[in-house]
Design a protein around this ligand. Structure first.
Ligand code: PBG
Ligand code: ZN
Length: 327
């Protein structure tokens, strides 16, 4: 296929031609909306670094989840912002914890939507780390029991799927075991398998009050320089019983999404994280880029790299655009 016999531009000459040869088509089915739940009534605290996102009390959370459902978004990822923190993260697995209460209420009101819960300890620990802290280090194996209890409490509250984001070794197996022992063998695990130690989580930590109070997360989250290690992490999680493999963040890690898609036959999710969202919103506000176009290009690139589903703060905006496009 050489010029002038072949001319790639022939198939680009009209939108109809372009549609016919388009390889990647983003749909609302690809989107998962992350939401933050907080105690109270009528609360809707704006998250300043994530325009359009809020900490919602349960009443408002239901309203927003309903809007998402009406737009056709199939799932939400729920994060809790608890009012109490301690050294054992007790409100992470309390029966009346914020996530547990929110899930119950959501399941009552939303019939078809998949409610995914983020399983971690950082928002609930007074030190802000994702595991149990002993002295100055994170005790991996002591963290597993707390994480498993948290996942089980979410399932008991009605969560359709649990998503461990802590990056402790062995947590998927521990969670699978406790779920199976308690008659939740039908509850899938979406594992944050390749979660990198990333500065792109900044706005989220402000939203969820989950920044570590000492040190950083480098002893558990992955080194951004590593790719083969992501395959090892994903492979381990599959053997431990994961149903979906997640890569996070998405944009600086499109190669990881691609590699995992090539090597692994489970559904792949990618998390378009808070910092990725904030950068687009900020540049759009400055008038430096067209935010909506950059949003669609970004989401399409994540799907093109190989993601079957995309967790994104753009979910509502993208769903609306996709809906209008179809008319
Ligand atoms: C906590 C958690 C984080 C995110 C999801 N779960 C932050 C972190 O690891 O510090 C990041 C989400 C985002 O930035 O959008 N385990
Ligand atoms: Zn955490």
């Amino acid at each position: 296929m050489l010029f002038p016999e072949y001319r790639p531009r022939r198939m680009r000459q009209s939108e109809a031609f372009r549609r016919m040869i388009r390889e990647t088509v983003l749909t609302v089915d690809d989107l998962i909306l992350p939401l933050f739940a907080i105690d109270g009534k009528g609360v809707q605290n704006p998250i300043s670094s994530m325009p359009g996102h809020f900490q919602f009390s349960i009443d408002n959370l239901i309203k927003t989840a309903k809007e998402a459902e009406n737009l056709g978004i199939p799932a939400i990822m729920l994060f809790g912002v608890p009012s109490k923190k301690d050294a054992l993260a007790t409100s992470a697995y309390a029966k009346d914890g914020i996530v547990q209460k929110a899930v119950k209420a959501l399941k009552d009101k939303l019939s078809n939507m998949v409610i995914i819960t983020d399983v971690c300890l950082c928002q609930y620990m007074d030190h802000g780390h994702c595991g149990f802290v002993q002295g100055n280090s994170i005790d991996n194996d002591a963290s597993l029991d707390l994480l498993a209890r948290t996942a089980l409490s979410h399932a008991k509250a009605g969560a359709d799927m649990v998503a461990p984001s802590d990056m402790m070794d062995g947590r998927v197996a521990e969670i699978r075991e406790i779920l199976d022992e308690n008659n939740f063998s039908n509850t899938p695990i979406m594992s944050y398998s390749a979660k990198y130690c990333s500065a792109y989580y900044g706005p989220f930590r402000q939203a969820a009050h989950s920044a570590p109070q000492f040190g950083d997360r480098r002893t558990y989250q992955m080194d951004p320089a590593n790719a083969l290690e992501a395959i090892r992490e994903a492979t381990m999680d599959i053997e431990e019983g994961a149903d979906i493999i997640m890569i996070k963040p998405a944009l600086s890690y499109l190669d990881i999404i691609y590699r995992i898609r090539e090597e692994i036959d489970l559904p792949v999710a990618a998390y378009n994280v808070s910092g990725e969202y904030a950068m687009v919103k900020a540049a759009d506000k400055m008038g430096w880029i067209d935010g909506k176009k950059v949003m669609m290009e970004t989401l399409t690139s994540i799907k093109r790299a190989g993601a079957d589903m995309i967790l994104t703060y753009f979910a509502m905006e993208a769903a609306e655009l996709l809906k209008n496009h179809q008319k």
